[in-house]
Design a protein around this ligand. Structure first.
Ligand code: GAL
Length: 385
């Protein structure tokens, strides 16, 4: 009798537990600035993230950060509605092999994944800093998987396109500019060094620096790697090979000397839109935007795309609400509408860094991102009327 009682009690507890799991409230909006719980209630750990839509499923890939500043690998989450995310786990993680590119102590930053329809492979690129070298290595790294849920097989890391010149760089013009500065005795300033290609020429043999990065797949399937280069002074856009695993060698300098990082890119009605930040490390600064008729440019600055104020910290466009851009995700079925993703970094406890996922759209040829405390995708409906 007593045993039966115990069995019934155990059964009731299990049923209650299952019911509690089933009734965990589903999220139906984006809430800015607060913790962003995954399906198990844990704060999402995917910083400097990117997204991939594969079929009906969205995958989120980001830096898996521990306390302190370490980013020890790439995390992956999946969602059907962009509000509710299931943690898939780490899809690439540092290794215990001394001397390996991704040995423990290295830094994984700003991972992005794209899908190659021809090879049917998922290709992950990220910014890699080698163990013990701070941010000096400035390499890009690539890994590949048969599944969006990994695991990703690490391939290599390197400085892009050694011994290759950008398609839009005239050495004669920039050299003349440099000499002129020297002749007039005007002190060569940081930004003019960036503008003139001093670092580009310095790194010609070793390969160009590659730090904050994103990826972009164009409508014709050609893919591009967009990264802060030349001591973070100038963005480089590079074409990837057909299999997305390397560079073709075709690349351009974008907004030379303008100090852009944290790039995110989208295309609407044949025009390309870029959002980026200035270079102040983990501290926020005003976001920038630019537009171009082709991926190769010419890129023209269109100013700060942010509108509105974050009431939690009283920061507006002058500080990107406390955030820094990381990705623009197109919203299916809502033409010209994007989820603009930003990180609010917390350098003393990076895994607690927060996210701003805000509505972005194109208006009068410019990208606009507006502050919203709490919003859902039907926010765009009025805009589209
Ligand atoms: C930021 C960059 C981050 C990270 C950080 C390190 O400017 O966007 O991804 O590299 O610097 O200080």
């Amino acid at each position: 009798m007593y045993r039966i009682f115990l069995l019934i009690a155990a059964f009731t507890i299990i049923c209650d537990y299952t019911r509690a799991e089933d009734t965990k409230p589903e999220r139906s909006s984006f809430i800015s600035y607060e913790l962003f719980p995954d399906a198990k209630g844990e704060h999402i750990n995917a910083h400097g993230a990117g997204m991939l839509q594969y079929g009906d499923i969205f995958y989120l890939y980001g830096e898996f950060r521990t306390r302190g500043a370490q980013a020890i690998g790439v995390s992956c989450y999946k969602s059907l509605d962009l509000y509710n995310w299931e943690n898939i786990g780490l899809v690439l993680v540092n290794v215990d092999i001394a001397g390996h590119d991704i040995e423990k102590g290295c830094l994984f930053e700003r991972p992005k994944v794209i899908y190659n329809v021809t090879t049917k492979k998922f290709v992950l690129w990220f910014h890699l800093e080698l163990k013990g070298h701070g941010y000096a290595a400035a390499r890009t790294a690539v890994a590949v998987s048969d599944s969006p849920e990994g695991p990703f097989e690490y391939i290599k890391s390197f400085r892009p396109t050694p011994e290759m010149w950008p398609m839009n760089y005239s050495q004669e013009f920039y050299r003349a500019y440099n000499e002129n500065i020297d002749k007039t005795g005007i002190e060569s300033v940081w930004s003019s060094d960036g503008f003139t290609g001093k670092y580009l020429e310095r790194d010609l043999l070793e390969g160009q620096m590659s730090r904050d990065m994103t990826l972009f797949v164009d409508s014709n399937g050609r893919a591009f790697h967009i990264a802060a280069s030349e001591e973070n002074q100038t963005i480089h856009i590079r074409e990837l090979t057909d299999d997305y695993l390397d560079f073709t060698g075709r690349f351009v300098r974008v907004l030379p000397g303008a100090s852009n990082e944290a790039p995110a890119i989208c295309k609407y009605n044949g025009m390309y839109y870029l959002i980026s930040s200035g270079c102040t490390g983990w501290a926020p600064n005003p976001a920038r935007s630019a537009v171009a008729p082709t991926i190769w440019g010419p890129w023209v600055s269109t100013g700060n795309p942010c509108r509105g104020v974050n009431p939690h910290n009283n920061m507006g466009p002058e500080k990107t609400w406390g955030g820094q851009s990381t990705y623009l995700q197109a919203i299916p079925g809502k033409d010209g509408c994007y989820l603009a993703m930003f990180d609010i970094w917390r350098p003393h406890d990076q895994k607690d860094s927060r996210y701003l996922w805000l509505p972005a759209y194109i208006k009068d040829g410019r990208l606009i991102v507006t502050w919203q405390d709490k919003w859902a995708l039907d926010w765009f409906d009025d805009l589209l009327k």
